[in-house]
Design a protein around this ligand. Structure first.
Ligand SMILES: *[C@@H]1O[C@H](CO)[C@@H](O)[C@H](O)[C@H]1NC(C)=O
Length: 287
């Protein structure tokens, strides 16, 4: 019990550090669709996306990133959010694109959201892992982070690692390292599949649905559009992400999340891969 409390205290503390130099939504993002449904508020400190019967909405980053630590605080659609999906991801362009995904699948009131994750390399995904969370992600803001360096990708929730995708180029698995990515986010209706396999439909009497974003922070390498050079955004910023790996406590946390909260893992879905599980699955229980 004591260990658990400490774990959470240190997670909150690190979370506070990570957002110390928050970005500005006007400066860093474009609204990409949904007209007035996407709003930047409070001088660029907050952004909200909404969804009604006619449309959802979305935004993307102005910059492209090649490696970094990217944090965003998100508060999801509250109440009956069944059928809604909020996506927050990094992606490059084209048929051999790379992508690192968080997707939040809504649910009926009182039922847990599903946090869906995936990694695409060279256009190939099929690496889903899904989680329930240890809190209600619609009650308050929580921090969702991606650490992406040359050796691994770490997905974190409130600074607790939930998933690691290691660089296994040595055994022939492509790793995202050449294609800069933008951040994308959107809120849309996917009641044909999102909640309990599409059996629960969106209740439009609750619309518009709203998800809120704040305290974006990118400790990264930035490429301005059209430029080939890549520079740290701020020379004073924390660069520990560059060789970040899980230490013993990180591995313990990851194990805790994967044992208690993981609800789907492609690496254990033998029916889906009759020819054998993907090669990265054999390397570690914690991919
Ligand atoms: C919704 O709640 C049900 C019942 O608790 C759960 O099985 C399911 O994973 C939840 N998430 C989605 C997206 O259906």
């Amino acid at each position: 019990m004591k260990g658990m409390a400490l774990l959470f205290v240190s997670a909150v503390f690190l979370g506070a550090l990570a957002v110390a130099s928050a970005g500005n939504f006007y400066r860093d993002f474009h609204i990409t669709w949904g007209d007035q449904r996407a709003k930047i508020l409070n001088g660029g400190q907050d952004l909200t996306l909404s969804l009604d019967r006619a449309s959802g909405s979305g935004f993307k980053s102005k910059n492209e990133y090649l490696f970094g630590r990217i944090d965003m605080q998100i508060k999801l659609v509250a109440g009956n959010s069944a059928g809604t999906v909020a996506a927050y991801y990094l992606s490059s362009q084209g048929p051999t694109h790379d992508e690192i995904d968080f997707e939040f699948l809504g649910n009926l009131s009182g039922n847990p959201y599903t946090l869906h994750t995936n990694v695409f390399t060279q256009g190939k995904g099929n690496r889903e892992q899904q989680f329930h969370l240890w809190f209600d992600p619609a009650k308050a803001y929580h921090t969702y982070s991606i650490v992406w360096n040359t050796q691994r990708i770490i997905f974190l929730v409130d600074n607790i690692p939930i998933r690691v995708f290691n660089n296994l180029e040595s055994i022939g698995i492509p790793f995202p390292k050449n294609q800069p990515m933008r951040i994308y986010s959107s809120l849309w209706n996917a009641d044909d599949w999102a909640t309990m396999g599409g059996r629960v439909k969106t209740d439009w009497s609750n619309a518009p649905f709203t998800a809120s974003f704040r305290n974006f922070n990118a400790n990264t390498c930035v490429r301005a559009p059209g430029s080939s050079s890549c520079t740290r955004t701020d020379p004073n910023q924390d660069s520990t992400w560059q060789d970040q790996a899980l230490d013993a406590s990180g591995r313990n946390r990851l194990r805790w999340v994967q044992q208690k909260y993981m609800v789907y893992n492609y690496c254990t879905d033998v029916n889906r891969f009759p020819q054998g599980l993907p090669p990265e699955c054999k390397r570690s229980r914690f991919l």
